[in-house]
Write a protein that binds this ligand. Structure first.
Ligand code: AMP
Ligand code: MG
Length: 402
């Protein structure tokens, strides 16, 4: 009996263990979105920098107004960016606005609506509790505090936080430069005239976009024919890149030349063929120092393999763990038959349900050449090898697509 194909998790581990993070580089905060933070982010300032008012109103001393209603003398104003310089003494209040420093001596803010009068004197109608409506200095974070830990993909929310921490430059993982090469005598580029027997490349543009969306820099190597010499020439030209991703030519047909051609030049196979659907013929190895991921030609297989393997590989190169895509629970809309020995990835649509798990509905056809269903899908139902028949209403695992 032939050896069983490599399980999905083992294949991903083999790739991740084979890759090391690329060096970190320093970038401006404005260039850090989507990059992987490589050094813990330590606050350069405290936030808020001092005790500030959370509301518009009057800064008071609680002890003065404990038997409210009580009239206080207004001795000045504290606005954002224009703090009141003095102290608040007995029987005094300071007009204050949101974000303004709380004057020394004051220990609560009375809301504008809890005040009568204005001008030189105000009447506090009700006593506030100590510290009411005051945001304490450093309540968000303090100077020297580690606020975000590395590694981490930086979001827009992180960028706002890091700006507030007064960090104009950050250490992030270098973007992996990844060569993208489509193979196939029949493959032409979008916009080319399409002759009989030819198809337009989905994989080159799709995989390049995937790489860009996952923090990498795609390097377009175009299309090569199913010609070992031509393929090898392009692969050799990519040796200075951080990774090479090919599509097509990794099955066992007469024209599946990728492995053979690369092997001529000393390609070391990590694995070829894995126990998954779609995407069985996946190839991984190294052409000298260059990691090479050989995706199947079928565009759905190529993209599903990108989700499962290229995403984690890019994460690893940028300095993250390279974990498998997260799985969550959903409720099946229909029955599914028992699975065979390969992990199955079924294109599906999620519908959110108030108070319950989302419903997941598989598309009727799962042919691995059907790109339209892949684009319309927002999830892949993951069926483990040997999974028994599942009934409508059963809970299954899904990978969300974005
Ligand atoms: P292969 O893995 O080379 O046997 O290709 C499998 C199928 O995928 C064939 O039907 C190819 O025509 C198709 N295919 C290969 N490369 C691409 C590509 N870049 N874009 C779209 N389809 C492709
Ligand atoms: Mg081919």
């Amino acid at each position: 009996m032939a050896a069983p194909f490599l399980p999905v998790a083992a294949a991903r581990k083999l790739i991740i263990d084979d890759l090391s993070p690329l060096p970190a580089e320093t970038v401006k905060l404005s260039e850090a979105l989507g990059r992987t933070l490589r050094a813990d982010a330590v606050a350069g300032v405290s936030h808020p920098p001092a005790d500030v008012s959370a509301m518009d109103g009057f800064a008071v001393r609680v002890a003065d107004v404990s038997s409210a209603p009580q009239v206080l003398r207004v001795v000045g104003e504290s606005a954002a960016g224009h703090p009141y310089k003095g102290n608040i003494g007995a029987g005094e209040a300071v007009r204050i606005f949101t974000g303004a420093y709380v004057p020394a001596g004051a220990d609560a803010i009375v809301l504008q609506e809890d005040i009568d009068g204005g001008g030189s004197h105000v009447m506090v109608k009700e006593a506030p509790t100590l510290g009411r409506h005051i945001r304490r200095a450093g309540q968000d974070f303090r100077t020297g505090e580690t606020v975000l830990t590395a590694p981490r993909v930086l979001t827009a929310r992180d960028i706002g936080l890091l700006a507030a921490m007064n960090l104009p430059r950050l250490s992030v993982g270098r973007r992996p430069v990844v060569g993208v090469l489509s193979t196939g005598d029949e493959v032409v580029l979008p916009g080319d005239s399409v002759a009989e027997g030819q198809i337009v490349s989905a994989n080159g543009p799709g995989i390049s976009a995937f790489i860009a969306a996952h923090g990498g820099e795609p390097f377009d190597l175009g299309v090569v024919k199913d010609d070992p010499k031509a393929l090898l020439r392009v692969a050799e030209s990519a040796r200075h890149l951080d990774m090479l991703v090919t599509s097509g030519g990794v099955s066992v047909g007469d024209y599946d030349v990728v492995k053979g051609a690369l092997s001529e030049a000393g390609f070391k196979v990590g694995f070829h063929k894995i126990a998954m659907r779609p995407g069985k013929p996946l190839l991984y190895g190294r052409l000298h120092a260059l990691p090479v991921l050989g995706l199947p030609g079928n565009p759905v297989s190529a993209m599903v393999c990108a989700v499962l393997f290229l995403g984690p590989a890019l994460a690893r190169l940028q300095g993250r763990a390279g974990d498998a895509p997260e799985q969550s629970a959903a409720r099946l809309s229909i029955d599914l038959k028992a699975n065979d020995s390969r992990t199955d990835h079924i294109r599906a649509k999620l519908t959110h349900q108030p108070g319950d798990l989302p419903i997941v509905k598989p598309f009727g056809t799962q042919d691995s050449a059907q790109l339209a269903t892949l684009a319309r899908a927002d999830a892949l139902i993951v069926r483990e090898p040997g999974a028994p028949t599942a009934k409508g209403g059963d809970v299954v695992s899904v990978i969300s697509l974005n």
